[in-house]
Design a protein around this ligand. Structure first.
Ligand code: SF4
Ligand code: SF4
Length: 71
């Protein structure tokens, strides 16, 4: 199953990835990271298609997409 991994340390909380995901699987956390940003979180992973639109949108390269069959 495809999935994404969000690197919280890189995330600036801009929210662009939440707009980019056609399935609305990326949401903003209520809890800030160590830099004080409310980071993006991946929800409903079973619905991810691996399209990578979220990762392409992220200006801080905080999202890695794993397609099916990858770790
Ligand atoms: S890879 Fe596609 S479906 Fe999966 S979270 Fe990112 S934008 Fe959404
Ligand atoms: S686009 Fe990148 S920096 Fe912005 S909220 Fe999403 S993961 Fe964080």
């Amino acid at each position: 199953m495809p999935k994404i991994v969000i690197d919280e340390a890189r995330c600036k909380g801009c929210g662009l990835c939440t707009i980019a995901c056609p399935r609305k699987l990326v949401k903003m956390s209520d809890a800030p990271n160590s830099l004080g940003y409310n980071v993006a979180i991946f929800t409903e992973p079973e619905k991810c298609t691996g399209c990578a639109l979220c990762a392409e949108m992220c200006p801080d390269v905080a999202i890695t997409v794993y397609k099916e069959g990858e770790p």
